[in-house]
Design a protein. Sequence first.
Length: 91
Amino acid sequence: MKLNNLDREIRLLCPTCGCTDFSHEEHNENDLVTCAQCERKMSKGDLINENSEVINEAKHEIASEAKKQIEAEMKKMLKNAFKGSKNIKIR
């Protein structure tokens, strides 16, 4: 079973000005990121914590989509499994 289109890009927002553009030096969670608009400096961990609502919303959206895809795939598999049966019908 393959789940399709569950990739998401989450735009993190600056807690001060709402800008989505940041500059950073390294790809390490302890490094500082700087907002391109208001120049507020914070760690990547703090930025992620400040945007936890947006991240959780995206996680719930992905989980809901995955559930729908799994249900559809299971229904399709059951229909195919009992295709020739006169006594069992899947709706």
